[in-house]
Design a protein around this ligand. Structure first.
Ligand code: AMP
Length: 183
């Protein structure tokens, strides 16, 4: 199973991808988590990415493509993966064609006000430095506009499934499992 979970910040992609990854015994890869780990470990990519992440700006494509490709091509992903947060833009989609080959793309749909509420709650709990109101607004704006053509491409390929992300975590997971045909 090679899955991509899509949707703006705050729709519950990470939560659902983590749960389903554990249950299906496949790796959950979040581009944001990979970047944050690289920043903490002060790797070459991490040092370059830090400024962008802390200001809620997009990390340059070559950095993000590199870090995701390394992970997907590693032994950890041999049995499959659930990727969240990538590819977000057409440039990334084009670069990822050579290594990604998803079997399904899941879109979690949540009204904007609800995702904003969830991000603000997460900001309180996790104390993420990029969860300031300005950064959140910026990330929601670029997610809405720029991911549209990427999703359109995957839809043309017949890979997309949309699921309503409003409700209890288990309820949403049930909907996802149903469209993906897993138990
Ligand atoms: P996330 O955890 O998905 O909300 O991502 C946190 C931050 O990581 C974003 O605000 C960006 O700075 C960076 N990031 C994550 N994924 C990408 C991506 N596909 N392209 C560019 N930047 C990204």
């Amino acid at each position: 199973m090679r899955l991509i979970f899509h949707g703006p910040p705050g729709v519950g992609k990470g939560t659902q991808a983590g749960k389903i990854g554990l249950e299906e015994n496949i790796s959950h890869i979040s581009s944001g988590d990979l970047l944050r780990a690289a920043v903490d470990a002060k790797t070459e990519i991490g040092l370059k990415a830090r400024e962008y992440i802390e200001n809620g700006l997009l990390v340059p494509d070559e950095l993000i493509v590199n870090i995701v490709a390394n992970k997907i091509n590693s032994a950890e992903c041999e049995k499959g993966f659930i990727l969240d947060g990538f590819p977000r833009f057409m440039e990334q989609y084009e670069s990822a064609k050579t290594f990604l080959e998803p079997t399904a793309v899941l879109i979690i749909d949540v009204p904007k006000e609800e995702s904003l509420k969830r991000i603000l709650k997460r900001a309180e709990i996790e104390n993420r430095t990029d969860d300031t109101p300005e950064s959140i607004e910026r990330r929601l704006a670029w997610s809405r506009e720029k991911t549209v053509p990427v999703i359109a491409q995957y839809t043309t390929l017949g890979l997309t499934h949309t699921v309503n992300g409003v409700g209890e975590i288990d309820e949403v997971e049930g909907r996802i499992n149903q469209v993906l045909g897993i138990s």
